[in-house]
Ligand binder design. Structure first.
Ligand code: AHG
Ligand code: MN
Ligand code: MN
Length: 361
């Protein structure tokens, strides 16, 4: 309640001093607790797992911000399972993530882009959750101070596997996106932005308040605009694209023969950061399309299903958008053949993805 004669407005804010103080902040911790109360069967395990996740995001955000000052830029001198050179921050973020997941006591196994094999936490044989993550997405942008992110998927193991206490097999873990219980990402930009969604739920965005050390709900119930004339793709690969993909992107830039009135045609704007998290976050807020198609050079695509494509597809769909692979199949239904399996992807505003489907018929 407001004191000293100040009046609270409907948002619980008062006008004391220059800064309006909000007394009714929804932190991620509060949001998770409120969600847990809605589910009578909830044990609290998922909430505890999410607390560990948010700690890893805060730690990664902290080291990224200080990287140039404490010699954390540049290569680590190693390469990961898919052959990419690892940056020092790829390795550090991966280790922070592993440690947070192990410490949560609620995670049975972790799949990471930076680890060839599944990491099993055998000290917690009855833990029912598995997390897949890309600890730093967009790491080629790190040393330039351009936004990068962490992407995560959360899966729940079948009761039979949990009760047995045995290690879940790779087959158990290769679930399609429709089986995920939650997914999201944190973008480390001007501020750290955490976006999370649960199966069949809404999409909520939180901003890290560095002073409070808390993620604050700033973007409740996010919804992607139905259409927007922005495309985001590495056009340098167009030489390798299949002809239908080439003509789809060309159609965004110049009127086709069938265009009713070429004088009224307005070309799309091109925006490509090269960090999927940042490109996807902009697409979520502004609308448009982000794509990384499969091509002749990478017939299975570049982005990984379990910790890049599926979690982003879940966010897009729950925000009212769409996501498909290069075969025009719903991305959420694509089952990976291995933990690091890849896919082409087109995702974003509903109407933009419908154009993609039409062009690839
Ligand atoms: P990562 O840094 O985890 O390897 O992922 C990079 C991904 C993704 O963030 C981005 O959209 C894409 O690779 C950029 O690839 P190109 O440089 O080929 O455009
Ligand atoms: Mn990535
Ligand atoms: Mn990565």
């Amino acid at each position: 309640m407001a004191t000293n004669g100040t009046k609270a407005n409907g948002n619980g804010e008062t006008g004391v001093g220059a800064e309006a103080i909000n007394y009714d902040i929804i932190t991620l911790t509060r949001h998770l607790t409120e969600e847990q109360v809605k589910h009578r069967e909830a044990t609290g395990d998922f909430t505890l797992l999410c607390h560990a996740l948010q700690f890893s995001f805060k730690s990664i955000a902290y080291y990224i911000r200080r990287a140039t000052l404490i010699n954390l830029t540049g290569l680590a001198g190693s390469s990961n399972t898919t052959g990419d050179d690892q940056k020092k921050l790829d390795v550090i973020s991966n280790d922070l993530f592993i440690s947070a997941m192990r410490g949560s006591g609620r995670c049975r196994a972790l799949i990471s882009e930076e680890e060839e094999q599944v990491i099993y936490f055998d000290e917690h044989p009855k833990a029912r959750y598995v997390v897949a993550c890309d600890p730093i997405d967009g790491s080629s942008n790190l040393d330039a101070g351009v936004s990068v992110g962490t992407i995560f998927s959360i899966m729940r193991l079948p009761d039979s596997v949990v009760e047995s206490g045995a290690r879940p097999s790779v087959e158990d873990l290769c679930m399609p996106g429709t089986e995920l219980v939650a997914a999201g990402f944190t973008m480390y930009g001007a501020s750290a932005q955490l976006v999370i969604t649960m199966r069949g739920g809404t999409v909520n965005g939180f901003t890290l308040d560095n002073a409070l050390g808390e993620f604050i709900l700033t973007h409740p119930n996010m919804s992607i605009p139905k259409s927007r004339a922005i495309y985001s793709v590495n056009e340098g690969n167009s030489l390798y694209w299949q002809p239908k993909t080439v003509s789809y992107f060309n159609s965004l830039k110049s009127p086709s023969d069938s265009h009713p009135d070429p004088s009224k045609f307005k070309p799309y704007s091109s925006r490509y950061i090269g960090s999927m998290v940042a490109d996807a976050y902009r697409t979520l807020l502004y609308g448009g399309i982000f794509a990384y198609p499969a091509d002749k050079k990478s017939p299975k695509g570049k982005l990984r299903i379990l910790y890049e494509c599926a979690p982003m597809a879940m966010v897009m769909e729950n925000a009212g958008g769409k996501a498909v692979d290069s075969n025009m199949k719903r991305m959420m239904e694509v089952k990976p053949e291995g933990i690091h399996d890849r896919s082409g992807i087109f995702m974003g505003s509903e109407k933009e993805i419908e154009k993609v489907l039409e062009a690839h018929k």
